[in-house]
Design a binder for this molecule. Structure first.
Ligand code: F0G
Length: 349
């Protein structure tokens, strides 16, 4: 059957009716890639779900296709979001397709270039504030309540509904639930969504066990781990630089109910995993996405995983989102004259 995006594929699990004008860029259906190296390291079967393969390069498209379709169905003329970058890129693209106005509030200077470029080129009205993501979210919450603009951050329940399809896809490919589900945590919508997805599949008898949900925050932005609001979050993983996550209690629920864990990984650990994924797995992710694999290395070192289990790590966004970071982590290319001998000389490994 021709692939038509997650709303058509998982229609029975989603609040979509004949009346819903489906706005889709054929999101979802992302690769679940087996990692021989990580499997050998852990003694488990490890799979990497490459969400960077979504149309705007991150998992946000799963939630945005539904949030924008419903906004249109409900007669909205404009949508608004705060963002560390990916939500705004996705909201801008889906709004463009839907013919909706899109307003984006960003923390100034804290958005990776690729994401900013996306929001701008899709025609969103982009406003940068002097403040962090948490401040921006506070502002859009106020604006959306007073001015009949539809809020498309993950506090919009349709975002979570759409994103839960990631869990369905994992199960549909594996034929079962994984034993451990490792995921980066920022505003905590995605861990909430995956847990909801797994539980719904179990409720329908599609799986008979549930994974342990293991969430990873950046060490300088780890409010759930430290059980306190972080006023000035700090991390190179700008996507998850969040000090007061909107879905905090839902994330805690997922972790407690699943007997999983919430932990933090340092920027060094994130960068090590980021480089590992690029250099050894051929997967270019943005740094926040590598937090799940940084978490895998950390839990492995602690002897956390039982042998012969199945582990899924979610790689949330594409590496091209943050080209500056990739460049900063590598050596610039050598510049040589147009001289074959000199080039051959330098090609020697
Ligand atoms: N990874 C990436 C690449 C993200 O962009 C985000 C969140 C997360 C992980 C964390 O997901 O918030 O559901 O816990 N980005 C949001 C944004 C906050 O505005 O794009 P979460």
């Amino acid at each position: 059957m021709k692939y038509k995006g997650i709303l058509e594929k998982y229609r029975d699990f989603l609040p979509v009716s004949e009346k819903t004008p489906v706005i889709s860029l054929l999101e979802g259906n992302t690769p679940l890639i087996f990692s021989g190296r990580l499997s050998e390291l852990t003694g488990c079967s490890v799979y990497l779900k490459y969400e960077g393969a979504n149309p705007t390069g991150s998992f946000k498209d799963r939630g945005m296709t539904l949030a924008i379709s419903k906004a249109l169905e409900e007669g909205a003329k404009a949508v608004i979001c705060a963002s560390t970058g990916n939500t705004s890129a996705s909201a801008a693209a889906y709004s463009a397709k839907a013919g909706l106005k899109c307003i984006v509030i960003l923390p100034k200077g804290a958005i990776a270039q690729g994401k900013l470029a996306q929001a701008l080129i899709h025609g969103a009205k982009v406003i940068a504030i002097e403040g962090n993501f948490d401040d921006a979210l506070g502002i859009v919450r106020e604006l959306s309540s007073g001015y009949s603009i539809c809020l498309v951050n993950s506090i919009n329940p349709y975002r979570i509904e759409g994103q839960k399809t990631g869990a369905f896809e994992v199960v549909d490919v594996l034929g079962k639930a994984p034993d451990y589900h490792l995921i980066p945590v920022g505003n905590a919508g995605n861990i909430t969504a995956y847990w909801k997805g797994y539980k719904e599949y179990k409720g329908k008898g599609r799986i008979d066990s549930l994974p342990k949900m293991c969430g990873f925050q950046a060490a300088g932005a780890a409010p759930i781990v430290e059980k306190r609001i972080i006023k000035e979050p700090k991390t190179i993983a700008t996507a998850i630089k969040i000090g007061n996550p909107a879905s905090w209690s839902k994330a805690e629920e997922a972790i407690i109910e699943s007997f999983g864990r919430i932990d933090k990984v340092t920027d060094e650990e994130i960068l090590e995993a980021y480089r590992f994924l690029a250099e050894k797995e051929g997967l270019f992710t943005e740094p926040a996405s590598a937090a799940s694999v940084a978490g895998l290395f950390k839990l492995k070192a602690e002897g956390y995983f039982e042998k012969d289990k199945t582990i899924v790590c979610i790689l949330t966004g594409h590496g091209l989102k943050d080209p500056e970071l990739a460049i900063s982590q590598t050596k610039p290319p050598r510049v040589l004259p147009r001289d074959l001998d000199k080039i051959i000389e330098k090609m020697k490994l």
